[in-house]
Write a protein that binds this ligand. Structure first.
Ligand code: ARG
Length: 456
């Protein structure tokens, strides 16, 4: 029942680990992704051990050479990942000792896997935030380019998914640009707090060796060194923050995805999907489905789930390290891959959406979308807004009862409702005028939107 493979920690054990336990506790299949960070961390640690005279320069050289070769083996795909090694940290150390002999056993001086894994995760999160920020910026550029391309397209703006007031399609797209801007800020902010070098915490209490964590921090370009060892090895809040920032980002992408699904339906027909970004049905020959947008929407569930998983793993964990923490990697890696995938596909798809400007304008014109403007007109004639609202409501009712549009009501009828109505009302009953008037604050006025676009 027992394996014969030697463990790095086997000293106190009389019997070997049961295979089922080995299999159950191993994380190497997942955490092998941390290998480049593990090696970078080990190199910095080794350099510091040499500087401080904790290991000899000769051993340090051997270790660094060995780590370099291992890095190459991993890159070439010749490195053997073995479940018996448990995790990537032990796999690399095992291979190092195979290569350079007993000197390999000196690398782990003044270090524990507990501070080592924290370091690897911080390096990973830092690097991935950099990559995600690039994706966010690329998607923002795609949104801005699409907005520019359709700068004059008018659509109905919605509240409660009921047509409400006309807006520019570009204004709608730029709303997502703003959301993405905050998403980027959240990731950058999270990166600031993850940017702490935890080595020196050891297993939990610190180390007896005269280490120099500042040197390691400098080499790995960390902003700060951890100031409490128990905190350093027990905490994953930087992962929670990362997953939370990703969950909010996923919410934004999912809302846009939902709109793409709606807009591409026959009911809206505001856009068509480019063929390359749609899929067909195995049974209905006529179908063209918005699967990309649906999957962006659907994957949000996983991204939320990953956040909940991480919070739940941490809840109730006594200090300091507990093996539960090993479960942090699957949600973290999955979220990284998922949000990068979603951002990349939307960046490619959004600029290629086929926009049906006529259909959008028709939807923006065919309704009571200018009712608010008529009320605003009355206010310019000194009617209190609440009263104006009521009067226009009555006009809307008249129109509904007689199958007319606001524009169809003759001035005589308007004046039956209020003597404040005059012939200049015409100037207010136009979609373009309605857009142009909304120039205050972040309104949809074309001049505003154009200014915003120039600043991007
Ligand atoms: N694979 C472990 C993890 O990801 C590394 C730290 C293990 N430490 C320990 N004492 N068992 O959390």
């Amino acid at each position: 029942m027992a394996t014969r493979k030697h463990k790095l920690w086997e000293g106190r054990f009389a019997a070997a680990t049961a295979p089922i336990v080995e299999h159950f506790t191993a994380s190497i299949a997942v955490d092998k992704r941390l290998a480049p960070y593990d090696i970078a961390g080990s190199l910095a640690h080794c350099h510091m051990l040499v500087t401080r005279g904790i290991i000899s320069a000769v051993d340090g050289k051997r270790i660094c050479r060995g780590l370099g070769e291992i890095e190459q083996e991993i890159a070439d795909g010749t490195f053997r990942f073995d479940t018996a090694d448990e995790d990537i940290h032990m796999a690399i150390e095992r291979r190092l000792t195979e290569k350079i002999g007993p000197a390999g056993g000196r690398l782990h001086t003044a270090r524990s896997r507990n501070d080592q894994v924290s370091l690897d995760l911080r390096l990973f999160v830092r690097a991935e935030i950099g990559a995600i920020l690039k994706h966010v910026t690329a998607f923002q550029k795609a949104l801005a380019a699409t907005a520019r391309k359709h700068a004059r397209v008018v659509m109905p703006g919605y509240t409660h998914l009921q047509r409400a007031q006309p807006v520019l399609f570009a204004h709608h797209l730029l709303a997502y640009h703003e959301k993405l801007e905050r998403d980027g800020e959240r990731f950058a902010d999270c990166r600031r707090r993850a940017d702490v070098m935890p080595l020196g915490a050891g297993a939990l209490a610190g180390t007896t060796f005269p280490i120099d964590p500042e040197q390691v921090a400098r080499e790995l370009r960390f902003a700060r060194v951890a100031t409490n060892s128990l905190d350093a090895v027990s905490e994953r809040d930087f992962i929670v923050e990362f997953l939370a920032a990703a969950a909010i980002l996923a919410t934004h992408l999912s809302r846009l995805a939902e709109e793409i699904v709606l807009w591409s339906s026959a009911e809206f027909a505001f856009i068509s999907l480019p063929d390359e970004f749609a899929t067909g049905s195995s049974i209905m020959p006529q179908k063209k489905n918005p699967d990309v947008a649906e999957l962006v929407r659907g994957k949000t569930g996983r991204v939320y789930g990953n956040l909940m998983a991480m919070l739940t793993i941490l809840k109730g964990l006594p200090l300091a390290y507990n093996r539960d923490l090993q479960e942090d990697k699957v949600p973290l890696f999955d979220t990284v891959d998922t949000v990068k995938g979603c951002l990349a596909v939307l960046t490619a798809m959004v600029p290629r959406l086929v926009v049906h400007a006529d259909r959008m304008r028709e939807a923006a014109a065919d309704s009571f979308l200018l009712a608010t403007d008529v009320a605003d007109y009355l206010v310019t004639k000194s009617v209190p807004f609440r009263e104006a609202h009521n009067l226009v409501g009555q006009a809307v009712r008249r129109c509904l009862e007689s199958g007319r549009r606001l524009e169809d009501l003759p001035l005589k009828e308007w004046r039956e409702l209020s003597k404040a109505f005059g012939s200049d009302l015409r100037e207010w009953l136009s979609v373009d005028a309605a857009l142009a008037r909304r120039s205050a604050g972040g309104g949809t006025a074309p001049a505003n939107v154009a200014r915003r676009l120039r600043g991007l």
